[in-house]
Design a protein around this ligand. Structure first.
Ligand SMILES: [Fe+2]
Ligand SMILES: [Fe+2]
Length: 191
């Protein structure tokens, strides 16, 4: 029950984890004062991690988690906590975007703070994905009935259909270009 929807969410997590890894690779050199970061790759990553979760992934999880809360779950406060992290993560993504913009427009801004914000961001994102995969998704399978899943699948479809095919295609394309860049050998400025 609910396998298709949970499989899709797990697949989203795999993509998200790979994209977060790309961000980690990009910020790795920040401690080096001479490091020249690839701002277009970073801006692509920030665009992806702010749009896709906020518009499609979190809303689908929200309807599942809220339905779980109606089914007398064993530790409701844990579900409420994960649910409220969506707003927190979206806000942190915005803060990260602002910090990157400041560094790219004003070279005098130290990157140390940006490095710190990005590291906290990556940790929080990974912990969030882990809590969902190891606790909430398996619990959803136990708690929700077949009719819950039928209804949730229809609601999820509505969420995804809020945006047209062109928007979906453009984010698929963005995802591929971020991940393909990761696979290419790194070129330094002097190459
Ligand atoms: Fe989530
Ligand atoms: Fe998630």
């Amino acid at each position: 029950m609910g396998v298709a929807l949970l499989q899709q969410l797990n697949a989203d997590h795999k993509v998200m984890a790979r994209i977060l890894y790309c961000l980690q690779m990009q910020i790795k050199g920040f401690e080096n004062l001479d490091f020249v970061f690839n701002s277009s790759q970073i801006l692509d990553i920030l665009d992806y991690i702010s749009f896709v979760p906020e518009r499609w992934h979190h809303p689908v999880e929200d309807i599942i988690f809220k339905r779980m809360l109606q089914r007398a779950p064993p530790h409701p406060s844990h579900i409420v906590g994960v649910l409220s992290e969506h707003d927190g993560l979206e806000q942190l993504t915005e803060e990260l975007k602002v910090a990157f913009r400041r560094v790219t427009t004003d070279g005098r801004v130290p990157v140390a703070q940006l490095y710190q914000t990005a590291t906290i961001y990556l940790t929080r994102q990974m912990l969030h994905l882990d809590a969902e995969e190891t606790v909430l998704f398996p619990l959803a399978q136990e708690l929700l009935t077949e009719s819950d899943w039928t209804e949730l699948e229809m609601l999820a479809e509505d969420i995804l259909n809020q945006d047209d095919e062109l928007t979906h295609n453009s984010y698929d394309h963005l995802r591929d270009s971020i991940l393909n860049f990761e696979q290419e050998p790194y070129q330094s400025e002097s190459d």
